[in-house]
Write a protein that binds this ligand. Structure first.
Ligand code: ZN
Length: 211
């Protein structure tokens, strides 16, 4: 298990990315807690845990673990390990795909069922990704309605642009997988309704019943 308050500036970026991946998965699955403490009923990250991305997030009585939730996101974990959030997202996706070898598990299914199952799993993977991405990026985008007009907005707008692109990419990915799943469903139901379906038995003729 990775250290609680890591400092990995000296490590090669591949190693850091691997550590970021393990930390993110451990945190999102609640096997590991971010480093921090409760103060007066609100959770705060330790000084080693706290990063620039945490600024502006204040836990409140309504959301006591706002910072705990944030410290479990890919955005925060990427900053913590000094890796790009896009790289982290890519390895998380690859890990999820690798964790589900579909061929062995689906070999007892009929080909259409196996195809449907694979599409459904891919779609659910995309949805998981969309949830994770939107949890992070909507926080950034939610600041747009109140952007102050008298400040230098260069940095805020760059950040918002990055968030909007990542969110749009995740929506597009989900949308493609959803379309593919619905298409498979449609083809399957058209196939089972067709004239060559072996499971559909024609109405029996019952000559012995008087009319
Ligand atoms: Zn943070």
């Amino acid at each position: 298990m990775p250290a609680k308050a890591p400092s990995h500036a000296g490590e090669p970026s591949d190693g850091r990315l691997q550590l970021a991946l393990e930390t993110y998965l451990a945190r999102v699955n609640r096997r590991e807690q971010p480093a921090g403490e409760w103060r007066e009923g609100l959770w705060f990250p330790s000084s080693g845990e706290r990063q620039a991305c945490c600024e502006g997030i204040e836990p409140t009585a309504a959301n006591r673990q706002a910072l705990d939730s944030h410290c479990r996101t890919q955005g925060h974990v990427a900053v913590l390990y000094g890796v790009s959030v896009d790289d982290l997202r890519a390895v998380v996706r690859a890990r999820r795909r690798a964790a589900k070898p579909p061929i062995a598990r689906l070999r007892h299914r009929s080909p259409p069922e196996a195809l449907y199952e694979m599409n459904r799993e891919a779609r659910n993977g995309g949805l998981e990704d969309l949830r994770a991405v939107s949890a992070e990026e909507l926080r950034v985008l939610s600041q747009l309605p109140t952007l102050p007009g008298d400040d230098d907005l260069t940095e805020s707008l760059e950040q918002a642009w990055g968030s909007a692109k990542r969110l749009a990419a995740a929506i597009h990915y989900s949308r493609t997988l959803e379309t593919s799943l619905r298409y498979t469903e449609m083809v399957m139901s058209a196939a089972t309704a067709g004239p060559f379906d072996g499971e559909r038995v024609p109405e029996p003729r019952r000559p012995d019943v008087p009319r």
